[in-house]
Design a binder for this molecule. Structure first.
Ligand code: FNR
Length: 376
């Protein structure tokens, strides 16, 4: 915060990216192509889940505490064995070259500069091995082909990824009118398939090298990606082949959270994929408190969908999340200024979270609890 004021005083410049994180989307829209913005910004169906995600934050208000005498704050924590300077992670987001040519390389470097954890998507535009970050987690879309699945797990482990995040809410891609109207799906153009195309097992299943017949490679992806038939039993294959914590992403039903605990995973992400999958689904924040009550002692409960500001993060932490994942805001920062843009968004977000705690009388985020918020 002080840095920003000082810069304004000394250089008299307005930052090229707004510090109003809720306004980033409209700023980025001016920079992105209609196709890219159509893929990144909108949500499934009529957008009711995405709107609900944000409206849910407005229904909870912080009740700042006064005269608590705390001058120093410490937001550091360890989540599933990963040390973090603050309870904030970069959400897995595919095909980031849609936002900027540097794609995931820039996002990972930005996270790394701040010591934050970067999560690499299965659908990334850069391969598992290309990511340089000390703290990285790997997000798996569980392919129907177990050989390819195993190869992804082995590559992620060899490349130093610490935690496996298995996304369950995307057995196939949701009904997204903005993309359907344009007939646009980046993967069908071969974008966002770097992990597959660089995979020796995936390659071995093709009659010809990918460069000679990219169409066949895309078709193979289209066969092994949709996996709507997954069931709880399929998790044992991951347990047997991943030596490290496993997190299930996309949980919004209390019953599923309990099943996750019964099946011995280490954590969950309460998430509806930013409203991109089931339109009309429950807002992620509305699902959080009951899930945290049910499994918060047994599982590490993480949260995403609709988090835009540091104040939003404080509310999610008060309602039982151990950390939050940031999605679209980071892509907007990436679109506006590459790695520097992602860093700007992360710095603003962390500064606002820190300031929110300071002005609310908390020395660290663990002090936030249900009494920190009031249902409006
Ligand atoms: C995503 N998300 C996502 N999730 C995942 O597990 N694997 C993926 O490849 C992607 N890809 C992806 C692309 C784009 C363009 C977006 C916007 C989102 C979902 C992401 O991890 C996260 O759940 C949401 O973005 C959180 O919601 P907010 O913060 O965008 O509202």
């Amino acid at each position: 915060q002080l840095q920003i004021y000082l810069q304004g005083m000394l250089q008299g410049t307005t930052p090229e990216i707004t510090t109003d994180l809720a306004r980033l989307e409209s700023q980025a829209a001016g920079k992105l192509t209609l196709e890219a913005m159509g893929y990144i910004g909108p949500s499934a169906g009529g957008g009711s889940t995405a709107r609900a995600n944000q409206a849910a934050f407005d229904r909870w208000r912080l009740a700042p505490r006064m005269l608590r005498g705390s001058t120093e704050r410490d937001l550091s924590c360890t989540i599933l064995g990963t040390a973090m300077p603050a309870p904030v992670l970069v959400a897995p987001i595919g095909v980031q070259t849609l936002a900027h040519p540097d794609g995931e390389l820039a996002t990972a470097r930005a996270a790394d500069t701040l010591g934050l954890t970067y999560t690499h998507s299965t659908q990334a535009s850069h391969a598992i091995e290309q990511i340089e970050a000390s703290n990285k987690w790997f997000q798996l879309y569980y392919p129907t082909d177990r050989d390819v699945c195993l190869s992804f797990l082995q590559r992620a482990k060899a490349a130093g990824y610490g935690v496996l995040v298995v996304t369950l809410d995307t057995g196939t891609i949701g009904w997204r009118p903005a993309d359907l109207d344009r007939g646009f799906l980046p993967f069908l153009k071969g974008e966002g398939l770097a992990n597959y195309f660089s995979d020796p097992v995936f390659q071995s299943k093709l009659a010809k090298p990918i460069a000679e017949d990219p169409g066949a490679a895309v078709m193979l992806w289209a066969q092994i990606f949709p996996n709507v038939g997954l069931s709880w039993d399929d998790l044992s294959f991951l347990r047997d082949n991943w030596d490290g914590p496993i997190v299930l992403k996309g949980i919004t039903a209390v019953e599923d959270a309990k099943l996750a605990a019964e099946h011995g995973v280490d954590g969950i992400v309460v998430s509806n994929h930013g409203g991109r999958q089931v339109d009309g689904a429950v807002a992620s924040l509305d699902a959080l408190p009951a899930i945290a009550d049910a499994v918060g002692e047994q599982l590490t409960v993480l949260f995403d969908s609709g988090v835009r500001t540091g104040s939003d993060a404080a509310k999610a932490l008060a309602l039982g999340a151990k950390a939050v994942l940031l999605g679209r805001p980071l892509l907007y920062g990436l679109a506006l200024a590459g790695q520097a843009g992602v860093e700007h968004v992360l710095r603003c977000f962390l500064a606002e979270l820190d300031l929110t705690l300071a002005l609310s009388g908390y020395a660290n985020h663990r002090e936030l609890n249900r009494d920190s918020v009031v249902r409006a």
